[in-house]
Design a protein around this ligand. Structure first.
Ligand code: NDP
Length: 330
């Protein structure tokens, strides 16, 4: 395993980490969840990602039990939660001081830990003043309940506002952002956040590196395979992504990428993951898996980073045709 600093912080996070979305307490049983976490930990993964919304808190309960039973030293792993969608009632969602604090307390209980290593604002909240959220996060940090706080799917402007408010009122600024990042979804990480890496030392814990499985080639027939994520009841948005012109374009790209993967001697998922890892602004790539065999395969991507040479990268760019472009004003 390779370890990277989480932005400018002193925290070392494994370049590959592991998350619970849609799998824990939903698609897989708890025994498989346990095997997956142990497979990850044994390979050097030190960060496990979770959120209050994942299976409505159940995913954190499952992860909490596994962590407790594992007897791993608390100092040897990082665990996160995310606050935003805690429930349906007015103060059970958003980023008010009330929900941030209550969301943290509830996550600590479910995960059976004394502190969260990372605590994310899962989305921006236009209905709460920025200083209220930043002050609440700062208080949790000062109380020792959270070590680092960050954001997820915030714009560069929102992150900058949080940073400025923190500096203005002597509060703690965000350390990391959790954006989607994969071969099909690049703009935020490669362009929008460009200045933030240097100016505020932003770290990134990136999600859906395989675009929910699309970048494995498993949906090239544009069908919902039995037992796959796209087969989960209620995930209409994912099923919809398998059809239409955009999907056809993506399939064509994946087919070409699969040819390239073969050429350099890796599997398609490993190529897609190694490509994410190659970006030095990515602190950690959060993996998802519903089977131990998938995770074992994906963990090998750490050894494939060096295979993404300049020449290979050029071939990838020629297939993807989606490199984020800066607007240059005349
Ligand atoms: P991916 O895009 O990597 O998708 C993972 C899924 O792809 C697996 O569950 C599995 O689905 C399939 N898969 C994985 N490896 C293979 C393989 N080798 N061969 C074939 N299929 C494979 O990541 P996720 O979307 O799961 O995101 C990872 C984590 O990121 C989440 O668990 C969560 O912690 C975080 N996240 C954060 C979000 C945020 O808003 N902050 C949003 C989404 C995720 P299948 O069962 O179909 O085989």
């Amino acid at each position: 395993m390779q370890y990277r600093r989480l932005g400018k912080s002193g925290l070392q996070v494994s370049a590959l980490s592991f998350g619970a979305w849609l799998t824990f307490a939903k698609q897989i049983d708890n025994g498989v969840a346990e095997k997956l976490m142990h497979t990850a930990y044994d390979a050097g993964v030190n960060f496990f990602d979770n959120a209050e919304i994942y299976s409505k808190g159940e995913a954190e309960l499952v992860m909490g039990k596994i962590l407790k039973n594992s007897k791993w030293e608390r100092s040897s792993f990082l665990v996160s939660s995310k606050v935003f969608w805690g429930g349906d009632k007015p103060n059970q969602k958003g980023l008010s001081r009330k929900h941030v604090v209550e969301g943290c307390h509830a996550a600590l209980k479910r995960l059976q830990v004394d502190y969260l290593d990372l605590f994310f604002c899962h989305r921006p909240d236009a209905n709460t003043p920025m200083e209220e959220t930043v002050a609440a996060m700062t208080d949790l940090i000062r109380q020792g309940k959270v070590l680092y706080w960050g954001t997820s799917e915030w714009s560069a402007q929102e992150i900058m506002e949080a940073y400025s408010v923190a500096r203005q009122y002597n509060l703690t600024p965000p350390t990391m952002e959790q954006p989607q990042y994969n071969m099909f979804h690049r703009d935020k990480v490669e362009l929008e956040f460009e200045k933030l890496y240097e100016e505020i030392g932003l770290g990134t814990t990136t999600w859906s590196p395989l675009a929910s499985g699309f970048l494995t080639g498993k949906y090239n027939d544009q069908k919902t395979g039995k037992g796959t994520r796209a087969d989960i009841e209620g995930l209409e948005w994912l099923k919809e992504k398998l059809v239409g012109e955009e999907a056809i374009e993506k399939v064509k790209k994946v087919e070409k990428l699969m040819g390239l993967a073969k050429e350099i001697g890796v599997s398609m998922p490993r190529l897609a993951l190694a490509w994410c890892l190659k970006n030095k602004h990515v602190s950690t790539v959060i993996l998802g898996a519903s089977k131990v065999s998938q995770l074992e395969e994906n963990l090998k991507a750490i050894d494939d980073i060096s295979k993404i040479t300049e020449e290979v990268n050029e071939k990838i760019e020629n297939i993807l045709h989606n490199k984020p472009q800066k607007v240059v004003w005349a």
